[in-house]
Design a protein around this ligand. Structure first.
Ligand code: IVH
Length: 588
């Protein structure tokens, strides 16, 4: 074993080395080592910190996996209030802003910085002598929440700056669109409520009392303002951006220094069309007087600085009519109400249905059949009805009530105390069955290639498939009788299904669709139990001993395996040759 001094020296070396690789990977997108090499460094540091716990510093990258859960977030009072921005919607309003600024300053010599307005949530980070000591949400601008432990888990946020400065910076935590879609897909698969848009996903992920959850979410952050700094000279916003970059922060590369407001307007126009090219949501352009001396001279109104303004892009909202309200039954039996719309073009695509989330949402917004409604497409995702326009009512609108019986199977619909979701309790509900099989076959589950939801529905309707195990019994001669199937496509499907018999256990566990068991949990379970039988035999106590498993998940797993119907399905899968153990060769 290393001496304490050796360990301390090596730990410091590793911290610097790991953080350098974090920076290369997460900020510059230019990794220099492989994931395996990175993991090796991380493991070495973790081993040292385990042997000498007091050597773990607050800027150790091992904290990026998330520390101990909190009971509540502490309130922090911002040293510099986090103001908001006034909005402009037209070039005319930007010209008026420019005129106001010049009149106020008594000079025509004003340049601007135009930056993308990232649609995430504001954080203020405090560094002392180059070390991150506090991360806070904006809150009401005066007081926010201390989310330091969570901020530390965001890999692109420097725990230590390249210079030992004390400063406060402001930035935006956000989630990239593809990461958001993947997160929602996993939540859907685990029967958990989805986030409405990337911003809500980012906010929900940052405001978790358990930093380990935050660590598991793909968050990122751009920084754009220096609120205070000691011992460095920054004279303009343009310099502030390079200063932030130099310190190790991720700074959005699209900012532009503009000589006058017409250049700002050109930048706004350019990004109005280019905004869909970037992987994150932007909802406008922030225009800032470049000279910090001028900015200070301009001061602020009650809420917003006079030298900055947000140019907001037209919302991706449109007005249309809700022709009908319908419900969709999901894999876990949850009934989701949706509006069938008069088709309308929103943000570049035609929308003809929009989610209404749940019964409370409909009541709260008083959405009725026949209403004129505002629909929004948030982040290229599921469109939603945002509100109704009651002034357009004609008196023929009808109140919508959730069905008390499942529209697919006629079983009772129940709504548990304290839950927003209404569920169909039918054990043999065809909608649940269909969605369950679609999930079983989906990419992140068993990954049966060439199976679309339509094919699964077709197989069920044809009476060829009653459960997931039946997929493995499909024969080419049965398939060729179906519409859209030829000898070739029948052969391909049978082969694609057969190829999944030897999948890793984690995929199979996830594919079963046990509530609250997402991909990550499935992987943990496969690693721990190594066979389906061992997992099925586990009791709650055994499951709770696993760090990633909480009471909700444990209870759900136990009740899944207690259900006779589910045990029968597993036996059928086993009989069909599906691998039930980890690390065993696939049966021929
Ligand atoms: S500057 C005094 N720059 O937009 C306000 N804000 O509507 C200084 N935002 O709360 C903010 N990107 O969360 C600034 N490049 C950017 C921004 C940005 C996104 C957010 C910020 C602010 C909101 C104002």
């Amino acid at each position: 074993m290393m001496s304490r001094e050796e360990a301390a020296r090596r730990a410091a070396e590793l911290r610097a080395e790991i953080e350098r690789h974090n920076y290369l990977y997460y900020v510059l997108d230019r990794p220099e080592i492989t994931d395996a090499e990175y993991d090796r460094l991380m493991r070495e540091l973790m081993a040292i910190e385990e042997a000498y716990p007091d050597l773990q510093t607050p800027d150790s990258p091992t904290l990026r996996v998330g520390g101990a859960p909190l009971a509540v977030f502490e309130t922090v009072t911002h040293r510099v209030p986090l103001l908001s921005l006034a909005n402009a919607y037209t070039p005319e309003e930007l010209r008026a802003f420019d005129a106001r600024v010049k009149r106020f300053l008594g000079t025509g010599d004003v340049s601007y910085v135009a930056e993308l307005k990232i649609d995430g949530l504001t954080v203020a980070l405090t560094y002392e002598a180059g070390r991150l000591v506090l991360g806070a949400t904006r809150g009401d601008g005066e007081q926010g929440e201390d989310v330091t432990a969570n901020v530390r888990t965001i890999r692109s946020i420097p725990l230590r700056l390249s210079r030992a400065l004390s400063l406060i910076v402001r930035g935006e935590v956000y989630m990239k669109r593809p990461d958001f879609l993947r997160l929602n897909e996993a939540r859907r698969a685990a029967g958990e409520p989805e986030f409405a848009n990337p911003r809500n996903a980012a906010a929900g992920s940052l405001r978790q009392l358990d930093p380990k959850i935050t660590a598991s979410r793909p968050l990122d952050a751009f920084f754009y303002d220096v609120l205070t700094v000691e011992g460095a000279d920054v004279a303009t916003q343009w310099e502030a951006l390079s200063f932030l970059r130099e310190l190790g922060f991720k700074v959005n590369p699209a900012a532009r220094l503009c000589r006058d407001i017409e250049e700002v307007i050109a930048f706004c126009d350019e990004w109005a069309t280019r905004r869909h090219e970037v992987a994150y949501e932007i909802d406008g352009i922030v225009v800032k007087v470049n000279s910090l001396a001028q900015l200070t001279a301009l001061g602020a109104t009650a809420k917003a600085p006079r030298g900055k303004i947000a140019y907001k892009y037209p919302a991706t909202e449109e007005v249309t009519r809700a022709l009908e309200l319908a419900v969709n039954v999901g894999r876990t039996g949850v009934l989701t109400p949706l509006a069938i719309l008069e088709p309308v073009e929103v943000a570049g695509s035609t929308v003809s249905r929009a989610t209404l989330h749940n019964e409370d949402y409909i009541q709260e917004k008083d959405i009725r059949i026949g209403d004129t409604v505002v629909v929004r497409k948030a982040g290229d995702v599921i469109p939603e009805v945002v509100r109704v326009l009651p002034e357009r009512r004609t008196g023929t609108e009808r109140i919508f009530t959730m069905p008390t019986r499942c529209p697919e199977c006629g079983a009772d619909v129940v709504r548990l105390e304290g839950e927003a979701a209404a569920r169909c309790v039918g054990a043999a509900c065809p909608a649940q069955l269909r969605e369950g099989i679609i999930h079983f076959a989906s990419r992140n589950a068993m990954n049966i290639e060439g199976r679309g939801p339509q094919i699964v529905s077709q197989l069920i309707e044809a009476g060829l498939v009653h459960d997931a195990a039946d997929l493995y019994r499909l024969r080419e001669q049965d398939l060729v009788k179906l519409e859209r199937f030829g000898p070739k496509s029948a052969e391909n499907l049978v082969r694609a299904i057969a190829a999944t018999r030897g999948n890793e256990l984690a995929r199979l566990i996830f594919a079963l669709g046990i509530r609250h068991v997402g991909e990550n949990v499935a992987r943990v379970l496969a690693e721990r139990f190594r066979s389906m039988d061992a997992l099925a035999a586990a009791d709650e106590e055994e499951l709770l001993a696993i760090p990633a498993i909480g009471p909700k998940i444990a209870a759900s797993i136990v009740s899944y395996f207690r259900e006779e119907q589910n045990r029968r399905l597993l036996e059928k899968l086993r009989a069909a040759g599906v691998k039930m153990e980890e690390g065993e060769a696939a049966p021929a």
